[in-house]
Design a binder for this molecule. Structure first.
Ligand SMILES: [Zn+2]
Ligand SMILES: [Zn+2]
Length: 149
C-alpha cells in the first residue's frame, strides 16, 4: 500500500465518520427538539466543525426525549383531571375511594374519622360534626388515647 492509498483510505474513513456523526446528531436532535429550525441548526453543528460539533451538541442538547416530556405532561394532565373531577384515591394503594368511605376497602387503610355520635365521615380539618354538632377530637388524640389505654 502506497502512502497516497493509505492517506486516501484515512480521508475516506474520516469523511464516513464525519457524515455518520452528523447523521447521529440529526437523529438525536429530532427526538429531543420540536423546532425543525433548531434541529437543522444542531445538524449543522454536527457537520461543522467536524467531529468537535457533535460533542458541543452533546453538551447543550435537551436532557430529555420529546416522547418522555409528552408522556410526563399527559401524566400530569391525568392527575390534574382526576383532582378536578374530585375522584379520590387511597393514599396507600391508589384504589378509587369515595368521599364517604372511612377506610379503604382494598387495603383497609383508615381514610377518615367517623363521628362518635352519628358515625358520619368527617373531614380532617373539621372541629365539629356538621350533622349532629358533636365536637370532634383530633385524630392524633384519638390514636394516642387508643395506644395508651
Ligand atoms: Zn387502599
Ligand atoms: Zn355527628
Amino acid at each position: 500500500m502506497t502512502w497516497i492509498e493509505a492517506r486516501n483510505l484515512l480521508v475516506a474513513f474520516a469523511v464516513i465518520f464525519w457524515i455518520a456523526f452528523a447523521y447521529w446528531v440529526f437523529k438525536d436532535a429530532r427526538r429531543r427538539i420540536a423546532d425543525p429550525w433548531l434541529v437543522g441548526f444542531a445538524t449543522l453543528l454536527g457537520l461543522v466543525p467536524p467531529f468537535i460539533g457533535p460533542f458541543i451538541y452533546m453538551l447543550f442538547r435537551p436532557p430529555e426525549y420529546l416522547e418522555d416530556v409528552r408522556e410526563r405532561e399527559l401524566e400530569i394532565k391525568a392527575i390534574e383531571e382526576r383532582l378536578a373531577h374530585g375522584d379520590l384515591q387511597c393514599p396507600v394503594c391508589r384504589a378509587a375511594v369515595q368521599e364517604s368511605f372511612l377506610v379503604c376497602p382494598v387495603c383497609t387503610t383508615r381514610l377518615k374519622q367517623a363521628c362518635v355520635n352519628c358515625k358520619a365521615p368527617l373531614e380532617a380539618i373539621w372541629q365539629v360534626c356538621p350533622y349532629c354538632e358533636t365536637p370532634i377530637a383530633p385524630m392524633a388524640a384519638v390514636t394516642k388515647a387508643h395506644s395508651s389505654g
